[in-house]
Design a protein around this ligand. Structure first.
Ligand code: NAP
Length: 202
C-alpha cells in the first residue's frame, strides 16, 4: 500500500513497533521508487503525524495496536484493513463480538475517530507487484460518508476501483470475503484472487 500511494505522489509514513524497522523499510521502498516520500516512525508518532491512518496488523494485534494509538487517532480517519481470520484455519472467520474488526475498532475508538473498512479483498502480492494493474474492486464501508469518500479517493490514487459499500455493519460481509478468497487462492493455486461486482454505475 505504501509503495502504491507513494508512486501516486502521496506522502506515506510507515509505522512499526520499532522505529528503526520502519525507517529501514521506508529507505528500501524509497530506493525502489526513486522518491523520498516514505518515512518510517514508531506507531504512535506515525499515527500522530498522519492525516489518515491505515491499520494493517494481524487480527491478534488489532485491539492492542488500536489502544496504543487511540489518543493519536482522535479526529482522524482510520482505514481498517484487518481481517479476523481463524488462526487455526485462515479459510474461516472468527468474528469478534462487535460483529467485525471494523465495528470493533469503531466501538473501541469512539465517534470522534471515523473508521472505514477497505482493502480486505486485495492481496498483498498484487499490491507489491507495482507494474501490475490490479483488476479488482475495493469495497469501502463505514458510518461516516466523508470518511468513506476520503478512503475512496485514496483507493483511486492506487489505481484501483472503489465502491461505496455503505455502513460499517457491511464490513462483516467484506471481511468474510477474505476467507473465501484465501480458500480460492489455495484451491486454484493462485496468490491474488479478488472481486469484481457488476450492475453498478461506473
Ligand atoms: N497479506 C494480505 O494479502 C492481506 C490481504 C487483505 C487483508 N489483510 C489483512 O491485513 C492485516 C495485515 O496483514 P499482513 O499480511 O500485512 O500481516 P503481517 O505481515 O503479518 O503483519 C504486518 C505488521 O504487523 C505488525 N505486527 C505483527 N505482529 C504484531 C503484534 N503481535 N503486535 C503488534 N504489531 C504486530 C508487524 O509490524 P512491526 O513488527 O514492524 O511492528 C508486521 O510487519 C491482517 O489483519 C490481514 O488479515 C492481509
Amino acid at each position: 500500500m505504501a509503495l502504491r500511494w507513494a508512486k501516486a505522489g502521496v506522502e506515506v509514513i510507515i509505522g512499526s513497533r520499532q522505529q528503526a524497522r520502519a525507517a529501514s523499510v521506508a529507505d528500501e521502498l524509497n530506493l525502489e521508487l526513486g522518491t523520498a516520500l516514505i518515512t518510517g516512525m514508531a506507531n504512535a508518532e506515525a499515527a500522530a503525524a498522519a492525516d489518515v491512518v491505515a491499520l494493517t496488523v494481524p487480527f491478534s494485534a488489532h485491539r492492542s495496536t488500536l489502544e496504543s494509538v487511540q489518543a493519536q487517532l482522535q479526529g482522524k480517519v482510520l482505514i481498517d484493513v484487518c481481517v479476523p481470520l481463524d488462526p487455526e484455519n485462515p479459510r474461516k472467520m472468527l468474528m469478534p463480538p462487535a460483529g467485525s474488526a471494523t465495528e470493533e475498532a469503531q466501538e473501541l475508538l469512539g465517534d470522534s475517530v471515523k473508521v472505514v473498512a477497505a482493502f480486505q479483498n486485495v492481496s498483498a502480492s498484487e499490491l507489491r507487484a507495482l507494474e501490475h494493474v490490479i483488476d479488482c474492486d475495493v469495497l469501502v464501508c463505514g458510518n461516516d460518508r466523508a470518511a468513506r469518500q476520503t478512503t475512496m479517493d485514496l483507493v483511486t490514487k492506487m489505481g484501483m476501483h472503489p465502491i461505496d459499500a455503505g455502513l460499517a455493519f457491511n464490513a462483516r460481509v467484506v471481511e468474510s470475503l477474505t476467507a473465501l478468497l484465501i480458500g480460492l487462492n489455495i484451491r486454484h493455486k493462485v496468490k491474488g484472487s479478488g472481486i469484481r461486482l457488476t450492475g453498478l454505475p461506473s
